[in-house]
Design a protein around this ligand. Structure first.
Ligand code: MTE
Length: 310
């Protein structure tokens, strides 16, 4: 499979990016005290605000991947197994209307329209993305903390995990005619992982709405995990008691674990994870534990054997 890596840390704003578009902190809407339930709970929105440029302290340390590369070299198997299939076919996926159902072990289940999701406090996060195949990219995402959405539906004390599901559209997704994965594509996180501030729901990249091949209109981005955890074109988020089944893990459990934290010490059966090649670079570089976000997330796994829970 192919996983991809997520640009990592949200790279300190200081350490990252190149062009003028980098860290823009647009805080578009803050959801006010919105009350929950659908209508009012989801504040009213805006659109993408104007990015604020943050000058990188060390632009050479980590350069944002060119837009062309990150939008033409993709994994989105619903549109085919080839890297160029998504950019060729995903345009056909209807992006409006779009709703995300948030249900399961929650006090206030909701069906939230994309317009309301765009009203969450959006900000730009420049993350490294590390694919299990051994390559990585650095992408400026626009999105909001997944925790913001989860808090509004009020998880019950029984909620321990979060299950995610991608849209399934026979008309526009040629890849789902083949049983490569057990469609629809599913993913999952432990609740504390999902509530971590680095985990976001992205609605844009490079300052514009997400291109279809990158998971429009809304996708998950979990920068300390291999790319396959970052499920695209999400239509359902369900809080559950037990660890949910996930697409790649069901297909090849020995290759794709549930946790999938970037770990240079645990090789994938087909690819060493010790080094990676940043798309656009010639030389490989060392892969960092948790994709470089260890300071922020390692405590989530205190006491766990991460070789067993790969
Ligand atoms: N989500 C869905 N629904 N279908 C997929 O095939 N591929 C995953 C992940 N999310 C995938 C998906 C994999 S393997 C990777 S590496 C990343 O998306 C790729 O994201 P990108 O194409 O935006 O770089």
């Amino acid at each position: 499979m192919l996983i991809f890596s997520r640009p990592a840390s949200h790279l300190r704003e200081s350490a990252v990016t190149p062009r003028d578009l980098v860290l823009s902190r647009r805080t578009l809407l803050a959801g006010g005290a919105a009350a929950l339930a659908m209508g009012t709970a989801f504040p009213a929105a805006a659109g993408f605000g104007a990015p604020t440029t943050v000058k990188p302290a060390d632009a050479a340390a980590d350069t944002v991947t060119p837009f062309k590369s990150s939008t033409t070299y993709n994994n989105f198997y619903e549109f085919g197994p080839g890297k160029s299939d998504p950019s060729r076919y995903a345009n056909a996926l209807p992006l409006r209307p779009w709703q995300v159902v948030v249900d399961g072990e929650v006090a206030k289940p909701a069906t939230v329209g994309i317009e309301d999701l765009l009203r969450f406090p959006l900000e730009e996060r420049v993350y490294r993305l590390r694919c299990v195949e051994g390559w990585s990219m650095v992408i400026p995402w626009t999105g909001f903390a997944l925790a913001e959405l989860l808090k509004r539906v009020e998880p019950t004390s029984r909620a321990k995990y979060v299950a995610f599901q991608t849209a399934l559209d026979m008309k526009t997704m040629p890849g789902i005619r083949y049983p490569l994965l057990d469609w629809p594509y599913t993913e999952g996180l432990r609740l504390d992982e999902a509530m971590h501030p680095l985990a976001i729901l992205a609605v844009g990249m490079y300052g514009d709405p997400l291109p279809p091949q990158n998971g429009a209109p809304i996708r998950l981005v979990v920068p300390w995990k291999y790319g396959f955890k970052s499920i695209k074109s999400v239509v359902r988020i369900t809080l559950v008691k037990d660890q949910p089944p996930t697409a790649w893990n069901r297909l090849q459990p020995d290759e794709y674990g549930f946790y999938a934290n970037v770990n240079p010490d645990v090789s994938h059966p087909r690819w060493s994870q010790a080094t990676e090649r940043r798309v656009g670079d010639f030389f490989r570089r060392k892969t960092l534990p948790f994709n470089g976000y260890g300071e922020e997330v390692a405590s989530l796994y205190a006491g766990m054997d991460l070789r067993a829970h790969y």
